[in-house]
Design a protein around this ligand. Structure first.
Ligand SMILES: *Cc1c(COP(=O)(O)O)cnc(C)c1O
Length: 443
């Protein structure tokens, strides 16, 4: 008898598309994506990688696991709180709720009382002003870099930004604040040296060409040794005297002083020290969505808000909603991770260690995201074989551990406690697949 070519047994496209589970998936996935999944399983069967009888179950599994976004949630087990590669700050429940509410039509630029157009983001502005009473006005833009470009462009395009050579920061991925500012036509007037800048350096630089003086917090590095910088409160006496705006770029996003981070600048203190405009990021230590915050003197904030560039860097409604809820809501995860109780972290880590038979080691967490460089946050970690890191990243849920000194460290500081059991499951799965891989290699 002739053998039937197994490829003729591969289910037809129309039959697969008509399966109830595939039809139901059309609320989540569009036609093109669904057809791509169908084609993939058929192609696998044509190549002989899948028996024809397995095409249907394979398609159902592919449809069930496919979501419309390729972004995958990750459990952050690195101990680094503001992790840039993981999207910086996880949002608070209040911010998530606000984000979902704002995903439909919202009154972001509408006064519902009289139906007229209103100031965009009035709620976020009001929340920021309530949290920072020293600020006369506030403006929210797309991110911290945009805030810096807007401020220096509006205050100093065609003129000079006076800045210390010790504060010419590269903020990551090759982006330099200096290039950013010069890209829109401000000229940098560098003063002082890498390690030392004095008040007379600034004083000598101020003149008719000065647009503003910029003080940048070197958020992602530290210079130790023979150093000297001019504190804001001294610099502000000079700039106020000369009638020159003083802009302070904090990099991070503390609205008020945090005793856990004694050297980290905050908006309230910077304003109290005489800065005219303070720039902060929404998704660093503030623990909110990506956003650039500009807080300070009314007259200057108004000038920035009216500059044409403000329209190009305006914040989107989702960010405005999440930012307002971050500022007005309960403590966001970033703040909880920062203040995590060391004893509690130890107990949680030991519970997992016992279940896994793995050792616990002391491990310092970090603020990360260009904040509080060199400030250790004492805590604990599970010590696992280095080879496990890859399995953990590829697992479901994906877990990002820290790989250091030939080992894989799992730090629970940034893991919400209810997710501890998911970490445990993930480590068990990873150990099993590592063993299987090793057995495969040995056999
Ligand atoms: C991070 C940082 C910025 C940029 O802020 P983003 O919100 O990331 O755009 C600007 N200045 C300093 C000092 C920073 O650390």
């Amino acid at each position: 008898m002739d053998q039937v070519d197994p490829r003729r047994l591969i289910p037809r496209t129309n039959d697969l598309l008509a399966l109830p589970a595939v039809r139901d998936a059309r609320t989540r996935l569009n036609e093109r994506v669904i057809r791509e999944l169908v084609r993939n399983v058929q192609d696998q069967a044509r190549r002989g990688e899948l028996p024809p009888g397995q095409v249907e179950p394979a398609l159902l599994a592919a449809v069930a696991s496919r979501s419309a976004t390729s972004l995958r949630p990750v459990l952050n087990a690195t101990g680094v709180i503001v992790h840039t590669n993981l999207g910086r700050a996880p949002l608070s429940p209040a911010a998530v709720e606000a984000l979902v509410a704002a995903s439909g039509y919202v009154d972001v630029e509408l006064d519902l009382a009289d139906g007229s157009r209103s100031r965009r983001g009035a709620g976020a502005r009001a929340a920021l002003l309530a949290a920072c009473p020293a600020a006369e006005d506030a403006l929210v833009v797309n991110n911290g870099a945009a805030a810096l470009v807007l401020a220096t462009t509006a205050l100093a395009a065609g003129r000079e930004v006076v800045v210390s050579r010790g504060e010419l920061v590269e903020i990551g991925a090759g982006f330099r604040l200096t290039d950013l500012m010069e890209s829109t036509g401000a000229k940098l007037h560098e003063v002082g040296t890498t390690n030392r800048t004095h008040l007379h350096d600034y004083a000598g630089a101020l003149g008719p060409d000065t647009g503003c003086v910029l003080k940048v917090h070197p958020s992602n590095f530290r210079v130790d040794g023979f150093t000297s910088a001019v504190p804001l409160h001294e610099l502000s006496r000079l700039t106020a005297d000369q009638g020159v705006p003083l802009v302070a770029d904090l990099g991070s996003g503390l609205l008020a002083h945090d005793p856990h981070l004694p050297d980290e600048p905050d908006v309230a203190s910077a304003l109290a020290s005489g800065a005219d405009v303070v720039i902060a990021s929404g998704d660093k230590l503030l623990g909110g969505p990506q956003a650039g915050l500009l807080l300070g003197r009314k007259e200057i904030i108004t000038r920035l808000a009216r500059h044409p560039l403000a329209r190009a860097v305006r914040a989107d409604k989702l960010a405005l909603a999440a930012l307002e809820a971050t500022v007005a809501g309960g403590p966001p995860p970033v703040v909880q991770s920062l203040h995590a109780d060391e004893g509690q972290l130890r107990r949680r880590t030991e519970r997992l260690a016992q279940a896994l038979g793995a050792p616990v080691v002391a491990h310092d967490g970090r603020v990360g995201g260009g904040g509080a460089p060199g400030v250790p946050l004492p805590g604990w970690a599970l010590l696992l074989p280095e080879g496990l890191a890859r399995q953990l990243r590829a697992g479901d849920p994906a877990v990002l551990p820290r790989v250091h000194d030939g080992s894989c460290l799992v730090d629970l500081r940034c893991v919400p406690e209810p997710d501890d059991h998911r970490i445990l499951d993930a480590v068990r799965q990873a150990l099993a697949s590592l063993q299987a891989a090793n057995a495969g290699r040995a056999g």
